[in-house]
Design a protein around this ligand. Structure first.
Ligand code: ADP
Ligand code: MG
Length: 319
């Protein structure tokens, strides 16, 4: 029988690390913060039927619960160090736990992230990760530094995760004859842009991770910075499956307001454009300018003819 103790030991406890008291005590005791560094911390919960549907695989859930938290650290320019994992699960299923931990560890190992503790309770499926990382002294990214005339940039592509989800839940209404199966990886296995966040420290004037959709998240950044923006829809990057449909109003809404992308939106003085393109090339991750910061205090998104695009879906609503 798998009791809590055995589950933790089998799936979550790994080799002890020198100088760190991790899983097994009432609380973890971390090593001293390296000199000159500051701890950056964030937490996010994924709840079944709110943030993911019951048919999502355990492997994807293990990956995504960690990915969304590492994405928050990425947006701050932090290097991940360790995490806590709190799981509420309806029942104990060895196969499910194996898959979940496989998804979790394959991402955790990619960034040498340590799992230092957590919690396990019985109840409706819900996973909370608390992530901790480091930045160099005062060298971090924030939402609040954007200046008028800065370029606005976006990494990767947008709308893929939302398109895969829309197609899955209402195939008959959303391009029934299109094949969006390749886009499912954007929904189920998002990549936190850790390396990009690190390299943007000292280059970008502000940054945010795009979790609730471009328009909503850019608005957060604009509000924090006390500025506005002009965004060109035709410059907003998306995958080919969406690009061929990008003039359709439903696809516009997915690209501009679909959630779950976990790309970085950031701003930078135009003098850094070449450097950003160099970073993008080094990381083999596209970064494209999509607009400019303005002094207008509002977000204006325009199409090719300069016509304002009015969104009927302003992004993912939490409540
Ligand atoms: P407590 O009763 O003090 O809450 P637990 O029995 O819940 O302690 O946990 C025992 C140890 O296992 C603790 O160190 C805790 O951090 C760790 N732990 C519990 N659940 C998890 C999990 N899902 N992943 C990693 N560590 C966990
Ligand atoms: Mg406990």
């Amino acid at each position: 029988m798998l009791d809590e103790f055995r589950i933790i030991n089998k799936y979550f406890k790994r080799e002890p690390k020198e100088g760190l008291l991790g899983i097994g005590d009432d609380a973890a005791v971390l090593p001293e913060c390296p000199p000159g560094k500051r701890l950056v911390t964030s937490t996010d919960t994924l709840v079944e039927n709110v943030h993911f549907s019951p048919d999502v695989t355990a492997k994807s859930l293990g990956h995504k619960a960690l990915a969304v938290n590492l994405s928050d650290l990425a947006a701050m320019g932090a290097l991940p160090y360790c995490v806590l994992l709190s799981m509420t699960i309806p029942s104990v299923n060895a196969d499910w736990l194996q898959q979940f931990s496989d998804g979790f560890w394959s991402l955790a190992n990619r960034y040498s992230v340590l799992l230092v503790g957590g919690d396990m309770t019985r109840g409706p499926l819900s996973i909370t990760v608390t992530a901790m990382g480091y930045v160099e002294k005062d060298s971090f990214l924030a939402r609040s530094g954007a200046n008028v005339e800065d370029d606005i940039w976006v990494s990767g592509s947008l709308g893929g995760a939302a398109a895969a989800l829309r197609h899955k839940i209402s195939k008959d209404k959303f391009y029934p004859n299109s094949d969006f199966s390749r886009l499912e990886k954007f929904l189920n296995y998002p990549n936190p842009r850790i390396e990009l966040g690190r390299k943007l420290v000292g280059v970008a004037s502000s940054a945010i991770d795009i979790s609730d959709g471009l328009s909503k998240d850019i608005k957060h950044l604009l509000k924090a910075s006390g500025v506005g923006a002009l965004v060109n829809y035709s410059s907003v990057p998306c995958e080919t499956e969406l690009n061929i449909l990008r003039s359709d109003v439903k696809v516009k809404a997915l690209i501009l307001a679909g959630g779950d992308d976990y790309e970085l939106g950031f701003t930078a003085n135009p003098k850094y454009a070449a450097e950003i393109l160099e970073i993008s090339k080094d990381l083999n991750l596209s970064c494209v300018p999509i607009g400019k910061i303005t002094g207008e205090q509002s977000l204006k998104i325009v199409d090719e003819s300069g016509e304002k695009i009015e969104l009927d879906e302003s992004g993912y609503e939490h409540f």
